[in-house]
Design a protein around this ligand. Structure first.
Ligand SMILES: [Zn+2]
Length: 324
């Protein structure tokens, strides 16, 4: 696949629909196009109908586009707009607003808002392994509180918000950082009870790992399964390795994005913005792993298959998403 190096190149390259189709096809079918509808013998060898940019299966005779079975399925918005939008979302340090997508790519602001939410689903990490390990680096664990202003919400939003367990008008977000892998996991949690916090650590971190937490929180049973050290804030500079500065840095990046770019994020949608920030952080450039804008785009494009987001899932309401 020909990969652009800059946003300008991405926009220029992806003005050609065939280039877009080839780019998505190369990511989802590295061994050549495959019928998504059947398990027939000839599903591996479909005809390409070049004028329609669709394939026709020799087994089941059905036609399919490259969008079928991806996050782009059913969207009337062309790939020529989806791919630059994805480029902007993964490479703009502080995220990209629906107004910027609206102005840059010529879609309505409302469509841009839905596009960005679908693309955030692409960025969601499928955490298949646990962090840390006996011989691995430490895992920093911390929580932060986002938002507020519950008083101004409409009644139905309030109900949804409370269902997510907002405490004292704020949403609780918990995060873990594997310092050696430089990989963050973070999610909205219902409360900061000991059981909630410790279950998350048990779920995400290998037994025997070094775990660093704040002193003020409910992590006091972790020593039975982990090598648990507590940050002593009054002696931060003496502690050396024992700190949570890495995950705190992630929180400041997340808050900068939320405040600067997205302004009014409903708690209901917060987790998707967190996923977006995690993707950029985990695919950021490091000394050992010099990822660039192209690499981040390709990594995201590799995740477009097998993900769907309906209008109802997105908004909590029923309706048609046909316009997006
Ligand atoms: Zn088929």
């Amino acid at each position: 696949m020909e990969t652009p190096k800059t946003l300008l190149q991405a926009i220029q390259l992806f003005t050609d629909e065939q280039v877009c189709v080839d780019a998505v096809a190369a990511m989802r079918w590295p061994d050549g196009p495959l019928c998504p509808y059947c398990m027939g013998e000839d599903r591996k060898n479909p005809y390409y109908l070049a004028t329609q940019k669709r394939w026709k299966c020799r087994s089941c005779r059905r036609q399919f586009s490259v969008k079928v079975g991806t996050i782009f399925e059913d969207s009337p918005i062309p790939l020529q707009k989806w791919l630059p939008a994805l480029w902007m979302l993964v490479n703009d340090k502080n995220g990209v607003s629906s107004y910027e997508i609206h102005r840059s790519l010529g879609v309505s602001q409302k469509s841009a808002w839905f596009m960005l939410h679908r693309l955030r689903l692409v960025l969601k990490n499928k955490n298949i392994f646990k962090l840390g390990g006996n011989d691995a680096g430490p895992v920093e664990v911390d929580e932060t509180f986002i938002g507020g202003q519950k008083r101004n919400m409409h009644a139905d939003k309030k109900v949804r918000y409370e269902a997510r367990g907002g405490a004292s008008g704020k949403t609780v977000v918990m995060g873990l950082l594997d310092r050696e892998l430089r990989q963050v996991r973070a999610k909205v949690i219902p409360n900061v009870k000991r059981e909630t916090l410790q279950n998350e650590v048990l779920r995400e971190v290998r037994h025997g790992s070094k775990v660093y937490t704040d002193e003020a929180t409910g992590y006091d049973n972790l020593h039975s399964r982990f090598v648990h050290d507590v940050v002593n804030h009054s002696e931060r500079y003496v502690d050396g390795q024992v700190h949570t500065n890495g995950i705190e840095n992630f929180w400041s990046l997340l808050k900068r994005t939320l405040k600067g770019t997205y302004v009014a994020v409903e708690p209901f949608h917060l987790e998707r913005y967190i996923d977006e920030q995690i993707f950029r952080f985990n695919n950021g450039k490091t000394k050992d792993n010099p990822l660039n804008d192209s690499d981040r785009f390709v990594a995201a494009l590799a995740q477009v298959t097998g993900r769907r987001l309906t209008f109802k899932e997105l908004t909590g309401k029923t309706g048609s998403e046909a316009a997006f």
